[in-house]
Design a protein around this ligand. Structure first.
Ligand code: SF4
Ligand code: SF4
Length: 450
């Protein structure tokens, strides 16, 4: 028990209920933030089997993470560690309530007490498989966290920034694991060894070394560890939706809802005839999926590392495109529809130079492990700049003028289109020639010098 008697059980229920309610409220507020975005123009819920396979590959299999030999296993251990330690969390909560078989008996539900003991889910606590699995994941997650700290603090890859928030998240995860081991160690001091609990056994030795030897000491050590664990776990849970690390919650749905359109397909402009504005230059003009992408960006910088524009020193980072959305969305929050919004295409956020530097090569989207879609946003920004502001780069302006005046982007006079046929004895319809077949010579061939 993390204290004693029914009072602590009630306190536990109140603390967990409040923390869970706060977590649900924060998530709901995030969903409302996303609701400010435009409806999606492409399908996000079709081809369910294909989407499930995406989840299996990208989330469960960590396929894209494994392109980086260091980050791949590191991320995998933390991810699976949390999945598996969920069992331990359920036991931890249950154990805190201290509902023993006698209590079940008292409330005339003794039959449940036979299967659900006072401290754990059936077939878990005291079973070899359970302790072996938990302790192994305690170790793997701690190793992965060590690697993560080492990478952020020592290796410092260019694609990642060292932020206090990232360090706080790593510290909180470490705290969750360490306090869980402390709980197991204190129980071992009190009740004796559990089969397979080798890491807990080590912790029990540490407890004994610091003077926790008697049953009473072990109970105090247990209670302290239990409440520390509860505090860090619930703090972590509630920090996630309000932090910039929301991807822990949103990555899986974001991967699931990736575009199923052919690669390179450009999203159409809905209601083209009736629209009064085109493209996007504020948060509510982006689609809800674009906003979800922003929230989901885990700031790993994989897209930036592969971006030819970034690598040739153009003023574009595909990572920043998403961070700008994430930060402006958090900064503005939920605003009434008629409230004037901060333009995201501006010197403070994403500049027109960044928008026009993209080659639309798609390397960023191929690399992103959470399914973010960079190009559709860049296209929306370009639509805004072109159709609303007439703001296009000089080269593009000339190209468009050439297309308009001469039907080719190079500015070759349109009257020279037929020059290629000179001296080739080609019958020309315009001269009244008759033929069974027509060979349409395309633009590039018609205007090419040769
Ligand atoms: S599509 Fe644009 S942003 Fe993405 S990698 Fe290519 S150039 Fe960079
Ligand atoms: S957009 Fe994707 S690849 Fe780029 S930094 Fe964000 S999560 Fe990483």
């Amino acid at each position: 028990m993390p204290g004693s008697g029914i009072g602590f059980a009630v306190l536990e229920v109140i603390v967990f209920a409040l923390a869970t309610a706060l977590f649900i409220y924060s998530c709901w507020m995030k969903i409302k933030l996303l609701g400010q975005g435009q409806p999606e123009v492409i399908k996000r819920w079709d081809q369910i089997p294909k989407r499930i396979m995406l989840l299996v590959n990208e989330v469960i299999g960590h396929r894209k993470h494994f392109r980086d030999w260091y980050a791949g296993p590191m991320h995998l251990f933390i991810f699976y560690g949390f999945m598996i330690l969920f069992l331990s969390i359920v036991n931890f909560f249950w154990e805190g309530l201290g509902i023993t078989p006698e209590v079940w008996e008292k409330i005339r539900l003794g039959v449940i007490g036979k299967y659900v003991s006072g401290s754990a889910l059936p077939f878990t606590e005291g079973f070899l498989w359970y302790h072996l699995l938990m302790d192994t994941f305690f170790v793997l997650v701690l190793v992965a966290l060590g690697m993560a700290f080492f990478r952020r603090l020592i290796l410092r890859p260019e694609r990642m920034e060292l932020t206090s928030e990232a360090l706080l998240i790593l510290t909180l995860i470490s705290g969750v694991i360490i306090t869980d081991v402390m709980i197991e160690g204190a129980k071992i001091v009190k009740e004796g060894a559990f089969p397979g609990a080798y890491f807990g056994q080590l912790m029990a030795i540490i407890w004994e070394k610091v003077g926790v030897k008697s049953e009473h000491d072990a109970e105090i050590a247990y209670a302290i560890s239990w409440w520390l664990h509860a505090g860090i776990l619930l703090g972590f849970l509630n920090y996630l939706p309000i932090s910039k690390h929301t991807h822990i919650l949103t990555a899986a749905p974001n991967v699931f809802m990736q575009s199923s359109e052919p690669k390179g397909a450009i999203p159409p402009i809905p209601n083209l005839e009736e629209r009064e504005s085109w493209g996007a230059h504020t948060i509510p003009e982006l689609s809800w999926k674009a906003l979800l992408d922003g929230l989901t960006c885990q700031e790993c910088g994989r897209c930036q590392e592969q971006c030819p524009a970034y690598n040739t020193k153009k003023p574009l980072s595909p990572k920043k495109i998403h961070l700008d959305i994430k930060h402006l969305l958090s900064e503005e929050g939920l605003l009434p529809k008629d409230k004037e919004r901060v333009p995201i295409i501006s010197e403070k956020w994403t500049t027109p130079e960044e928008v026009w530097s993209c080659t639309t090569c798609r390397a960023c989207m191929t690399e992103c492990p959470v399914g973010n879609e960079h190009i559709p946003k860049i296209i929306e920004y370009r639509r805004y700049l072109t159709l609303m502001e007439g703001n296009i780069p000089g080269e593009a302006q000339l190209t468009l003028q050439n297309l308009e005046k001469n039907s080719n982007p190079w500015g070759v006079g349109f009257d020279q289109r037929g020059n290629w046929a000179e001296g080739l004895d080609v019958p020309v319809y315009a001269d009244g020639a008759q033929a069974a077949f027509c060979y349409f010579v395309g633009r590039d061939v018609s205007f090419a010098d040769s």
